[in-house]
Design a binder for this molecule. Structure first.
Ligand SMILES: Cc1cc2nc3c(=O)[nH]c(=O)nc-3n(C[C@H](O)[C@H](O)[C@H](O)COP(=O)(O)OP(=O)(O)OC[C@H]3O[C@@H](n4cnc5c(N)ncnc54)[C@H](O)[C@@H]3O)c2cc1C
Length: 446
């Protein structure tokens, strides 16, 4: 450990675990979700209180080392870890507390989506969030947060009522529509640029059982499947969401219905006859089951790359690129995924939050998945090339949470010039030295 960081952390008298390179479990604690991000921080601080988060932030600032902030560890580019710096691992601050009177929930900055769903769903409530239960609430929320309940209730940020944040100066502030409203605007899509969130407060929404239709079609029918899916999806209610995954295994179409169960069959079953060769069917599921049933497919420690974007619709050109890309995958689990957006997401004006892309009909992702380090270059190249081709058919704006490539152009392109300048001014006010720079970074500019 660098002496100055060691000295500073020692002087700070942290009561929480501090994992250094000589700790017997160092390798376990330094691990993050993406196996590619094999980094060796100087120390990992695991705060149990807000005061310990403040001390860790001040220690990083005064010793001048790189600072990484980790919620659920699912940053695809591995931005929640670093070489030779300090990681603030928030995972011990994972409590979830429901306020029944106000139908709100307080969620610690290190909670996972599974922690949140397991606390709220059995009580009949949901916060719309992502589709894999081991993802972190913090990183997902700060970028926007989309999943099965988003067309019905909006992005995760659309249910955010406020957040407690430790800023670069080590101060604690509350951000909501009435307290620090500009910061509240910025954290709803601006990622981890503005500080460490120790607690979120979300509005809860009612959720019951859901009906899921899932079918797999042979890849040779992909053109017919995807164009029929596009046509069927154009006029769907907010209770309906579709996603698809194209891979060597075929085109997997998943539809979710969260409205009146009596209407589910009529809404979903047409997606089982998009082309010949479908296997699958309809089932009633508890919402919790839906939220965790793909956890294994996107397991920890495999190797991942992602490049995504927004489509207004699924164009013929996009379908052509999908078919060509899947014909040339470098590893069997490489895939192209898309989830339908719109609905309640688009009911909110684009300038209401930093998140940019509310007019989109779909979010798509070119996502190579592999295990052997020797395949890194060709899998990443496939992901990048496929992403570039699919970007041709995309609209402006982007989702900062699912981009492996980093660099100043990513955030600029995602937010567009007007929002980027507004975010850069906020960054200059709150983090002029860019302490929080391991993210899709917004450069401070007054
Ligand atoms: C398997 C998988 C499934 C996914 N599914 C979805 C999905 O369905 N919908 C969706 O919208 N996105 C999805 N994503 C993308 C996801 O939103 C991002 O990867 C997100 O960053 C994960 O959050 P995390 O806390 O786990 O990440 P981490 O790696 O812990 O953190 C990512 C970044 O978030 C910031 N951050 C983390 N914690 C805090 C905190 N407490 N305070 C301030 N900043 C913090 C930091 O800048 C950090 O670099 C998925 C990602 C994966 C890997």
């Amino acid at each position: 450990m660098s002496n100055s960081l060691l000295d500073t952390l020692t002087t700070a008298e942290l009561a929480c675990p501090v994992i250094t390179t000589d700790h017997q479990d160092y390798d376990r604690y330094r691990k993050v979700w993406n196996g590619i991000a094999d980094r060796r921080p100087l120390a990992i601080v695991r705060p149990q209180t807000v005061e310990e988060v403040q001390k860790a932030v001040r220690a990083a600032a005064s010793s001048g080392v790189l600072l990484a902030v980790r919620g659920g560890g699912h940053s695809i580019p591995g931005l929640s870890t670093c070489d030779d710096g300090l990681v603030v691992d928030m995972s011990l601050l994972h409590s979830v507390a429901i306020e029944n009177d106000t139908q709100t929930v307080g969620v610690g900055g290190g909670a996972l989506l599974g922690d949140l769903d397991r606390a709220t769903v059995p009580k009949g409530y949901v916060v719309p969030a992502g589709v894999i239960s081991h993802t972190g609430v913090a990183g997902l929320t700060l970028g926007g947060g989309m999943g099965w309940a988003s067309r019905k209730y909006g992005l995760t940020i659309d249910s955010l009522l406020g957040a407690e944040i430790v800023t670069a100066s080590g101060d604690v502030v509350w951000a909501s529509s009435t307290w620090n409203p500009e910061l509240f605007w910025g954290i709803r899509g601006g990622g981890g640029n503005f500080g460490i969130v120790t607690r979120f407060k979300f509005q809860l929404h009612p959720i019951g059982g859901i009906v899921v239709g899932q079918w797999t079609y042979p890849m040779e029918n992909a053109r017919q499947v995807l164009s029929a899916l596009r046509d069927l999806t154009r006029k769907q209610s907010h209770d309906f969401t579709v996603s698809f995954t194209a891979s060597q295994a075929g085109v997997n179409v998943t539809t979710v219905w969260s409205g009146d169960a009596g209407l589910a069959k009529a809404a979903l079953s047409p997606f089982g006859t998009l082309a010949d060769g479908a296997s699958g069917g309809l089932e009633k599921l508890p919402y919790l089951t839906l939220q965790s049933r793909n956890d294994v497919a996107l397991a920890w420690s495999r190797r991942y790359y992602a490049k995504g974007g927004f489509w207004s619709d699924i164009s013929d050109n996009a379908i052509k690129h999908i078919i060509e890309a899947i014909a040339h995958v470098p590893a069997p689990d490489c895939e192209i995924y898309a989830i339908q957006l719109g609905g309640a997401i688009s009911d909110i004006p684009d300038d209401a939050t930093a998140y940019t892309g509310r007019d989109a009909g779909y979010y798509w992702l070119s996502e190579p998945i592999w295990d052997d380090m020797a395949d890194d270059d060709r899998c990443i190249e496939w992901g990048r090339t496929t992403g570039r081709l699919l970007s041709d058919a995309s609209i402006a704006g982007n989702y900062v949470n699912e981009q492996s490539d980093t660099g100043s152009s990513v955030a600029r392109e995602a937010y567009g010039p007007t929002k980027y300048q507004r975010l850069a001014r906020l960054k200059a006010r709150l983090d002029p030295a860019n302490l929080f720079r391991l993210n899709q970074n917004i450069k401070p500019q007054a």
